[in-house]
Design a protein. Sequence first.
Length: 172
Amino acid sequence: MGDFAQAIFGGIEGGAQIAMGRQQRALAEHNAKIAELDAQQVLQDAEQQAFTELQLSRIIVGEQKAGFAAGGVVTTTGTPAVLAAQEAAMAAQRVGSVMMQGQAEASSLRRGADAMRFQGRSAQLASTVGGLTSIGRGAFKTSKILGSTTKPKPAKTTTGLAGSHSSMDLYL
């Protein structure tokens, strides 16, 4: 490949690298947004599951109270009240556990989104530096080629007492 073609190719390659970096960053941003949406969905799912746990607990307590009341037992004191309180405490633990798991998973997804964005910015920066380097190489080769096609003018010499030398010329 000729020098001139290599110089032009350097510019084309540099532009392509810069464009590729932009695409990589856009893809990383897209994936990060998806991860954030997933995190929101995880939290919504956890809230729904926590609500379901509370509802189930209320049903269990209601059934227990109904069973005791059917047997003629007072449900506001003694063993029925203790059982209802225990079920409520266990339900609160289940709800807390569900919410903590949901928050942990959502947090992990958000950290992943941040990492994707960082990788996208890094890829764009690396591609931009590589692209500008290729463009610079191409420009250097072009200037070298263009510089070799012009012939330098011969230096005018000045004659002095010590003889003649081109460094003595005031017009250089």
